[in-house]
Ligand binder design. Structure first.
Ligand SMILES: Cc1cc2nc3c(=O)[nH]c(=O)nc-3n(C[C@H](O)[C@H](O)[C@H](O)COP(=O)(O)O)c2cc1C
Length: 194
């Protein structure tokens, strides 16, 4: 049974695609839009009701510190990194008008919830955020990389020892979307137990 609401939801899902942070322009989401996106995250399924994740918004005045942390992370893993590579690492902190860090928690819980279930919950929360952004005509992208859990990054974000940085979410205005990529048909990934 197809409803208008279902068609609309699928249309928003189809319209979303990854946008590289350097192509996300100002204006970013305002406070109300950001609040809607985080409210969407809160609707994620969460086995044990432990909410094993949180998000940290990185305001413009902290981008400089993030850039320095990216540089330190690169120097720590590659003492021979060139000045050009260090500059690129630094510049990444200034891309996209809105940048949010997604953090996974491994803090022991009662009931016990294994890591893969915690990660599924975070993934659902992230997708909820991306879809809310899309519905608000806000572009989004996810980035990660080798510096995700470098000590300079963990110190900057004051992470608990049982927490892990998973990825950055970038949001902003998109002037030109790339052509939509072809998605799998359900038959490619669904079977029936026989
Ligand atoms: C956990 C995670 C980390 C990602 N990290 C990166 C990244 O570092 N660089 C990048 O270009 N895309 C990254 N992506 C985005 C994927 O490349 C993108 O989702 C994929 O190409 C599929 O495209 P779509 O989102 O438009 O469907 C990441 C996605 C996820 C889920």
């Amino acid at each position: 049974m197809r409803t208008d609401a279902a068609e609309l939801l699928l249309a928003h899902m189809r319209a979303r695609s990854h946008v590289a942070p350097k192509r996300l322009e100002a204006p970013g989401p305002n406070a109300d839009a950001l609040n809607l996106m985080f409210s969407a995250a809160a609707q994620a399924p969460d086995h044990g009701r432990i909410r094993p994740w949180r998000f940290i918004v990185i305001p413009q005045e902290k981008r400089e510190a993030l850039g320095q942390a990216f540089v330190q992370a690169l120097q720590a893993r590659d003492a021979k990194a060139s000045q050009a590579e260090l500059n690129t690492a630094y510049d990444k902190a200034f891309r996209a008008p809105c940048l949010v860090l997604a953090v996974l928690s491994h803090v022991p819980s009662e009931p016990q919830v294994p890591t893969h279930e915690r990660l599924v919950s975070l993934g659902c929360a992230i997708q909820n955020m991306l879809l809310m952004a899309q519905t608000l005509a806000i572009g989004s992208g996810i980035t990660s990389g080798q510096s995700m859990n470098a000590s300079s990054i963990r110190e900057l974000f004051k992470l608990h020892i049982d927490e892990e940085c998973v990825c950055y979410l970038a949001f902003g205005h998109v002037t030109a979307y790339k052509p939509q990529r072809t998605r799998s048909e359900p038959a490619a990934f669904v079977s029936v137990l026989d």
